[in-house]
Structure formats: C-alpha cells, structure tokens
Design a protein around this ligand. Structure first.
Ligand code: FE
Ligand code: FE
Ligand code: ZN
Length: 276
C-alpha cells in the first residue's frame, strides 16, 4: 500500500485531522504536537482521540506522525532550554500513547558552538530522561541539512545518538529528502548509494518515515528551504525514484512542501500517478 500524506494543521483536533487527510487523498498525515514556535500544549480530549481512532480504522488512515516544536533543542547550552526539551518530549510522548499508530519526530538540535561531541551527548541525555522503556511510540530523529550548528546532518551523528541512548529500541530515523540532499547526500545522482551508506551506518531497519520535499538550493548547500514537487533542484524524477525505491516504498511519506491543502491534494494525486 502507498502510504502518502502531508503536514496538516492540528487546530481542529484529531478527528478533524483524519477528515482533512481523507479530503486531500491522504492515508497518513503529520501534525505539530503544539505551536511549533511556542510551548504550551492544548489538551487532547480523549473523546476526540476515540472518534479519530474509529474514523481512521474505517477509512484506512494511519501512521499519524507527531512533529515536535522547532523551539525544542535538547543540545542547547542553557539548562532551562534543555529542560523545556526534556519536559516537552516527555509530555508529548505520554499524550501520544493514546493515539493509535502514532510516531514522534524531532530535530536532534543545534550544539550552538559547544561542539558536535558535546551536542550529541546532550541529545542522548535528553532521550534518556524523556523516552521511557515502557512506552510504545517510536521516536524518530530527523536527518537535518546541517545549517548553523545543527546535529544530525551526517548519518554517523544519528548513529552515535542512538548508540548512546539507553532506550535505543524505541529510536528510529525519518529521512527528509530536502535535508539529506542539502546535507551532501546525493539522492539525485546516487539514491542507491546513499541508501547503502545509510544501511551501513545506521541500518535500514531504523528507517521509519520519509519527509518528501524538493529543495530551493543546489546540492550540499546546507540551507533547508523546501520547494514544491517538480519546482526545485531535485525534480520530479528523483521524487518518483524515492517513492518507488524497494528500500523505501513501504514507508509512510509525508509532504512538507510550501502548499495549502489544494496544493497538497495535487501533489498527492501526482505521486499516486508516479507510483509504479
Ligand atoms: Fe522537521
Ligand atoms: Fe522535514
Ligand atoms: Zn526542513
């Protein structure tokens, strides 16, 4: 089954997200657990989650991917910022336990001049505090473009975080097509080679999701500016190769292209036509 969807607004709650996903031809979706630039979380009424669960199983919708807020930086220099990261992650994960099939995605963070080694140690420390052994929600590290002092633009960095985390069994990876290309992995010229490299360093078994984006910038530019499908540097042939690749095709794909819902609906329809 082709699992394809996009990022959508969580403002109306879970049932509304399920209905929105269906309205644009999606069978998976991504949403922010809270305001991406703020902190406070709205309550998730259990009745809304139950109504969503019934709707989703009836309509074949699944794999809701919860994205942590952008302000979450487990590798910050300031203890109060790290504390916000731990508390947010732990609270988000506890709430997600109720949501059927949910996964959690976060940006590993930025070391803000403390150095990559220290940054990686701090990310692992956050995971050790916020990710419990008894929880079931998979926690995905997103591959980053490497802008500024971002952690996680090299597969080796993701591997080191996973190795240092005590609850490594719950950890996975989400590949972002814009970010990996920006980071210097040539998925346009050598998709097979990049995936072989990922398998060698991290293991394809850890790969749980794909963010599907084109990029506004050239290869290895470390900019992180998403573009609509077929309008960026990657081009539609590369995107088609990604959604059809044997190592990727069973994973859920989430669009994060600069679009409103009608644009997402068009891209989802286009992707379905490209799926071999
Ligand atoms: Fe992201
Ligand atoms: Fe992404
Ligand atoms: Zn991005």
């Amino acid at each position: 089954m082709f699992k394809i969807g996009s990022h959508i607004s969580s403002a109306g709650g879970f049932l509304a997200m399920g209905r929105t996903a269906e309205s644009i031809g999606a069978n998976v979706f991504q949403f922010f657990t809270r305001n991406p630039r703020g902190g406070a979380a709205k309550a998730w009424p259990p009745a809304d989650i139950d109504a969503y669960a019934a709707f989703a199983s009836e309509r074949g919708i699944g794999s809701p991917l919860a994205h942590a807020p952008y302000t979450l930086n487990p590798a910050a220099a300031k203890e109060n910022v790290r504390e916000f990261a731990r508390e947010t992650m732990s609270d988000d994960l506890a709430r997600l336990e109720r949501v059927p099939g949910a996964m959690y995605n976060f940006h590993p963070g930025s070391h803000v001049g403390q150095g990559m080694e220290r940054g990686i140690a701090l990310v692992a420390e956050c995971l050790n505090s916020a990710v419990s052994r008894d929880g079931a929600v998979p926690v995905l590290l997103e591959t980053m473009s490497g802008k500024g002092s971002e952690i996680g633009s090299r597969f080796e960095e993701l591997r080191e975080i996973i190795d240092r985390a005590e609850t490594g069994g719950r950890l996975g990876v989400c590949i972002d097509t814009c970010h990996v290309f920006d980071a210097g992995y040539d998925i346009a010229g050598k998709l097979d080679g990049v995936l072989t490299e990922f398998d060698r360093v991290v293991g394809l078994g850890r790969l749980r999701a794909v963010h599907l984006n084109d990029t506004k910038y050239p290869f290895a530019s470390h900019h992180d500016r998403h573009e609509r499908l077929a309008e960026g540097t990657l081009g539609i042939d590369v995107i088609a190769a990604v959604v059809n690749h044997p190592a990727l095709r069973e994973l859920p794909f989430y669009l994060e292209t600069p679009n409103e819902l009608p644009g997402y609906a068009r891209e989802i329809a286009l992707l379905k036509s490209l799926r071999a």
